[in-house]
Design a binder for this molecule. Sequence first.
Ligand code: CUA
Length: 322
Amino acid sequence: MWTDFPLFPEQASTFAKDVDYLYFFLVAVSLFFSVLIFTTVFYFAIRYRRRSADEIPQPIHGSLALELAWSGLPLVISMTMFGWGAVLFFRMHTPPARAMRVDVVGKQWMWKIQHPNGKREINQLHVPLGQPVKLNMISEDVIHSFFIPAFRVKQDVLPGRYSTLWFEATRTGSYHLFCTEYCGTKHSGMIGSVVVLEPAEFEQWLTGTPVGETMEQAGERLFVLHNCITCHNPSSGARGPLLDGLFATKIRMASGETVTMDEVYIRESILNPQAKVVAGYRPVMPTYQGQISEESILQLIAYIKSLTRQPPAQQQAQQGQR
Ligand code: CUA
């Protein structure tokens, strides 16, 4: 509908139309009241101008109907904006469970992207048509912001904290990807494209060229490389808790509090291990701050997550091997 209107980017996601409708509503309300106020100002200025030097105007002591109208109408209009916006906001912040996950790391000045099967790309994001995609994003340095105008989605990408963004593309093609948070001298060059492919084409793209290792495999390699396995191992003399099967479960801490073992907790425990020590263990783990990249942490998380998916028997066997 708006593709011929160059002021607007294409509508290429399930959110695009709804965001535009809300936006047009806001513009229409603003226009209506701007015109109403300015014409009234000019009309009154002429109609009620002072006609002689000694003219004394009639005092006005209020009008209940008028006051109710100018309180009630703005209330209804602003509440409509609020309700409409809130409904859309919650939809845009609630990724469906079947959403495909992609990890994004922002750094000065590029977007580094990794798919679960290990496929990486820089400043490009390939996604399938008609499939919800959830981006799990973090920054390696300063605040960036991930913006795809054609999808009408934008989310800040912060250092030290995961943020998410989801969308479902509704047409194939290549769309602009921008960083919309001033992040240093080459901020304006931190751009790329989102390529929407037919599902079959996407599958081919994803698996066409062999990728070295999946994120889980990379995580497993790092788990050994960084010596995590030395302590998180059944024969370590309980220096560190076994991680198998723990993801998404609640764990009691030495402090008495209960923490859900999620991505945030794993990341914190790698970078700041003393922050929340599991009950029954001593705070002996060294920090990996400055020694491990955000991408590696995401791979470790993928690996630790995968440990929950194994059936107990196989898990036991694997633990025995370590
Ligand atoms: Cu990254 Cu601007």
